[in-house]
Ligand binder design. Structure first.
Ligand code: SF4
Ligand code: SF4
Length: 183
């Protein structure tokens, strides 16, 4: 079926009413409160409980809490985590943490900020922070290594010192020196 094209009326051919209609909308919004942000100078304040990028944390004594159990590596849906455990060699001079990871990498290009790693971690060693805007000049730059993750995660003052408590329990049972005596 052929639909005949309706010719424009004189009013429509003037175009000025359409231009004026556009101006009216512009004027109406000109005096309204602005809702856009001047990113990146202005940053969005993330709400409490926001799940951003996952970082490793240290305990109150500045020690890495991760013990290379690899549960987070196993559970991570996009396989963004890669952990190199210490192997049979103990970690010298780090107190009670025998299994510090040799390397711990998170590929932030793959990470979907799902929070499974935080949920599964038995040591409260990895937390989703408030960072939502990550950028880099190369793919390699977006793979965060252990030192970078620890630096970004910082020290969690309010977290339970699990290993100190374990040392106290072991000392009470007479199977280990008191925690104050451990390095
Ligand atoms: S937040 Fe999710 S996707 Fe990102 S590293 Fe953790 S488990 Fe993997
Ligand atoms: S971050 Fe937690 S779950 Fe992942 S390897 Fe370390 S201790 Fe295990």
């Amino acid at each position: 079926m052929i639909i005949p094209r309706r010719p424009l009326s004189l009013w429509e051919r003037l175009y000025l009413p359409a231009v004026w209609g556009g101006f009216k909308i512009t004027l109406r919004h000109f005096f309204k409160k602005k809702v856009t942000m001047q990113y990146p100078e202005e940053r969005w304040t993330v709400p409490a409980g926001y799940r951003g990028a996952p970082y490793l944390v240290r305990d109150q004594d500045g020690r890495t809490k991760c013990v290379s159990c690899q549960l987070c590596e196993f559970i991570c849906p996009p396989k963004a985590i890669r952990i190199t455990p210490p192997g049979p060699q103990p970690n010298p001079g780090v107190g009670n943490v025998e299994k510090l990871p040799q390397e711990f990498e998170i590929n932030m290009l793959r990470c979907i900020f799902c929070g499974y790693c935080q949920e599964v971690c038995p040591e409260e060693a990895i937390f989703l922070m408030k960072d939502y805007s990550l950028s880099g000049h190369s793919r390699a730059e977006m793979i965060y290594d252990k030192e970078r993750l620890l630096a970004l995660g910082g020290t969690h003052q309010d977290q339970h010192q699990k290993w100190k408590q374990k040392a106290r329990e072991a000392a009470a049972q007479g199977i280990a020196p008191a925690p104050e005596a451990t390095p």
